[in-house]
Design a protein. Structure first.
Length: 293
C-alpha cells in the first residue's frame, strides 16, 4: 500500500477515533442560542479561539501521525529488504541443501558402484583361484602322465637307434602318416560298405517292386482267363442259340412257303371258279387272301 493512500484513509480513521468524542463533548459544552446572554462578538471571538486551538491540536496530531507513518514506511522498507535478503538466503540454503543431496546421492551411487566392483573383483578373484587350482591339478596330471609316458620316449630313442630314422619326430610323423592312411582306408571301406548296403537295399526294393508287378500281372492274367472262360462259355451258348434260331427260321420259312403256295393255289382256284381276271402279284399273299375271303 502506498504512503498517500495510507495518509488519506488512515488519517480520516484516526481523526474519527481520536476527535469524534472530543468534538461532541466540546459541542455539548457550548450553550444554546436561547440560553446565550453574551454578545455575538464575544461568542465569535471565543469560537475562533477554540477553533484555532483545535486546528493547532489537529496539526500537531497530523504531524505526529505523519512522522509515525514515515517511521512505519521506513520499517516496511527495512522489512521488505530483510524479507528479500531472507528469501535470497533461504534460496541459497535450499540450493545448498539440494547440491548436498545431489552430492550425497552421487557419493552413495559411487559407494554402491565401488562395493559392487569390489564384490565383482572378489568373485573374479575366487574364480581365478579356482581356475588356478584346476590348472595345478591338470599340471599334476600332465606331469604324472609325462612321467608315465617317459618309457615310450626311451622306446622311441631305441627305435631311432635301430632304424633308418634319425630323429624321434620322423618316427612320429611316419606313424601319423600310417594312422592317417589307415583311417582313410577304413573310411573308404566304410563308404564302400555303405554303397554295398545301399545297392543291396535298392536291389531288395527293386525285387519287391518286380514281385508286386508280377503279382499284379498274375492277378490280371487270372482275371482275363476268367473273362475268357466266361466268354467262351457264352460263345457256346450263343452258338447253340444261333443254331436253334436258324433251325426255327428254316422251319418257319418252309412253313411260310407252304402257306404262300397254298394261298396261291386257293387264289387261282377261286379265280377260275369266279371267272374273274385280277391283277394281283404272285408274291402279294395278303391281297390274295383278301380276294379269297
Amino acid at each position: 500500500m502506498s504512503l498517500g493512500m495510507m495518509e488519506e484513509e488512515d488519517l480520516a480513521k484516526y481523526f474519527r477515533l481520536q476527535y469524534g468524542e472530543r468534538l461532541l463533548q466540546l459541542l455539548q459544552k457550548f450553550p444554546n442560542i436561547e440560553e446565550q446572554s453574551e454578545s455575538p462578538s464575544i461568542r465569535l471571538l471565543e469560537k475562533k479561539k477554540e477553533a484555532k486551538i483545535m486546528h493547532l491540536a489537529m496539526e500537531q496530531k497530523k504531524e505526529t501521525f505523519q512522522r509515525r507513518m514515515e517511521t512505519l514506511s521506513l520499517r516496511w522498507e527495512e522489512l521488505g529488504t530483510k524479507e528479500a535478503q531472507l528469501k535470497a538466503h533461504i534460496q541459497k540454503f535450499e540450493q545448498f541443501i539440494q547440491e548436498n543431496d545431489q552430492k550425497r546421492i552421487r557419493a552413495l551411487k559411487k559407494a554402491n558402484k565401488e562395493r559392487e566392483l569390489k564384490r565383482q573383483r572378489v568373485r573374479e578373484l575366487a574364480k581365478v583361484k579356482q581356475e588356478m587350482a584346476a590348472l595345478r591339478l591338470v599340471h599334476q596330471q600332465l606331469s604324472a602322465r609325462l612321467q608315465e609316458y617317459s618309457i615310450f620316449n626311451k622306446y622311441l630313442e631305441k627305435v631311432v637307434e635301430n632304424s633308418e630314422f634319425e630323429e624321434i619326430h620322423e618316427v612320429i610323423s611316419r606313424y601319423k602318416t600310417l594312422v592317417s592312411m589307415h583311417q582313410d582306408l577304413l573310411q573308404s571301406a566304410h563308404e564302400g560298405q555303405e554303397k554295398i548296403e545301399h545297392a543291396k537295399a535298392r536291389l531288395a526294393r527293386y525285387l519287391d517292386e518286380k514281385d508286386d508287378e508280377i503279382l499284379q500281372h498274375n492277378n490280371e492274367l487270372a482275371r482275363l482267363q476268367m473273362r475268357f472262360d466266361r466268354a467262351r462259355s457264352d460263345v457256346i451258348i450263343w452258338e447253340s442259340r444261333w443254331a436253334h434260331i436258324q433251325n426255327t427260321a428254316a422251319k418257319k420259312t418252309l412253313l411260310l412257303g407252304t402257306i404262300k403256295m397254298a394261298t396261291l393255289n386257293l387264289f387261282q382256284t377261286v379265280s377260275k371258279q369266279l371267272k374273274e381276271t385280277t391283277a394281283v402279284s404272285l408274291e402279294d399273299t395278303h391281297k390274295q387272301l383278301d380276294l379269297v375271303r
